[in-house]
Design a protein around this ligand. Sequence first.
Ligand SMILES: [Mg+2]
Length: 284
Amino acid sequence: MVKNVIIFTDLDGTLLNFKTFEYKIIMPFIENLNKKGVRIIPSSSKCFLEIEHIVKEIGLKTPFIVENGSAIYIPKETISQIPTNAIDENKYWVLELGTERETINKKIRQNDFKDYMRFILFLKNMTKLQQSYYTGLKSDALSRSLDRRYSEPFIWMGNNEHLSEFKKSLNEEGLSIFSGARLKHLTGLNSKGDAMRELLAQPSFLQTMSVDSSEDITTIACGDSENDLSMLEIADYAIVLRLPGRNPLKLKRKSNFFNSIKVAPDGWKETLLELDLIKKKLDR
Ligand SMILES: [Mg+2]
C-alpha cells in the first residue's frame, strides 16, 4: 500500500522558476497530485501575504510555512481540532516558532554589532528600484514581500570571514542568518526543518490525514538553497533543484536523494516523477 505522501516544497527556484516565478506549465501535474491526495506544503522564506497569494492561485488547501520556518499557517477550514499552542488569526490557526521582527531589530540595536552594520544593506532601507532589483519583484508583489513579521532581509557586502564572525555573535543572542537564493535574512533560530517536524507532531494535523503518527506519512522535501538543507536532510526523500549557473546543493545524506536535471518548474515535476511512490500514487 502506498502511504500518505506530503511534499514539503520551497518556492523560489524550486516550485517557481528562479527568474520568472513561473509555475503554470506544471499546473496539470499539481492538480493531479492534489486529486490523488498528495499534500503539497509550501515552505519558503517568503512572508505570509506572498505565500497566501500563491497558495490561492495554485488552489492548495493545505498548511504553509512562512519566513523560513518562523510560523506555520493552518487554514481553519482544513482542520477540525484546534492545534496545540495555536494563535487564532482570521481564517488561520498560526503556530509561531520564530522571533518577531521587532525583537530582532531591538537586539540588533542593543548589541554591539556596529562593526558588521557597514557590510549590511537592509532591504527595507533601499529605494524601490533597488528593492525591485534585489528581489526580482515589482509593484504589488514587491509590496507583499516587504510585509514581514519574523525576518529582516539584507544584502551582505563584506567577505565570508566577517560573515561567519557575525553569525557566531548573532547565535549568542538567539539570532541567525539564513541565505535564500537572492537575499540573506536576519532571523531567530528557526528553520524549515523544525517547522516541518512541528507540523508533523500536531495530532490535529495528523488527524486530517487519518493517521495517528507521522510514521505513517512519507515525506518528500524539495529545495534549491542553503536554507532548505534542514528539511532536505530529515525528509524521507530529498529533491535538490538545479539553479542556473550554480553547483547543486550538497547534502550529507547518502540515500533517497535526487538532483534535478532541469530547473524549476519543470525540474520539480520531472524529479518527483522519478520517485516510485509518486508514480504509484498517480497510477491509481
Ligand atoms: Mg529557493
